[in-house]
Ligand binder design. Structure first.
Ligand code: 5GP
Length: 134
């Protein structure tokens, strides 16, 4: 069965899309640690990041970098943290999280519950920043 992220990429499940190209898809995490928390996913479904082929893996960081730059233009923060967990969804991905300190990367703390309108507005702002409109 396709992973939840493959179903999102295919458009079967809605997402707050930030960016995509032929190989990668970026969208807001539905339960963010901070506003702007974004997931970057290779479209090719592989569970474990270290099983992703080298070519796909080497394109992932440049793609995530562009997305991260757009997030930092949109969400006030010291920088964007990048991490890999992968314990919940068996489809390799990286987390991009606006941070001001190490505590902002603590995945054991309570996640935010952001209203859909706020999520969509934030996604739109990040997309604009990505397009160089802000
Ligand atoms: P991990 O697999 O890295 O441990 O965590 C998966 C992440 O995906 C979690 O932060 C979770 O909130 C997020 N997530 C799980 N299901 C969905 C979903 O259906 N949509 C979105 N946008 N994020 C999801």
């Amino acid at each position: 069965m396709a992973s939840i992220f493959s179903r999102i990429i295919a458009g079967e499940i809605p997402s707050y899309r930030i960016a995509e190209d032929e190989r990668y898809y970026a969208f807001l995490d539905i339960n963010p640690l901070a506003p702007g928390h974004t997931l970057v996913v290779p479209k090719k479904e592989v569970d474990y990041l270290f099983d992703v082929d080298d070519e796909t893996l080497s394109g992932l960081l440049p793609f995530a970098k562009k997305v991260g730059r757009a997030i930092e233009k949109t969400v006030p923060c010291e920088r964007i943290g990048l991490t890999v967990i992968g314990l919940e969804v068996p489809h390799a991905h990286v987390h991009l999280i606006p941070i001001n300190g190490i505590h902002d990367m603590d995945f054991s703390k309570a996640k935010l519950d952001m209203a859909p309108e706020r999520m969509e507005a934030l996604a739109a702002k990040i997309r604009s920043a990505l397009a160089g409109e802000s």
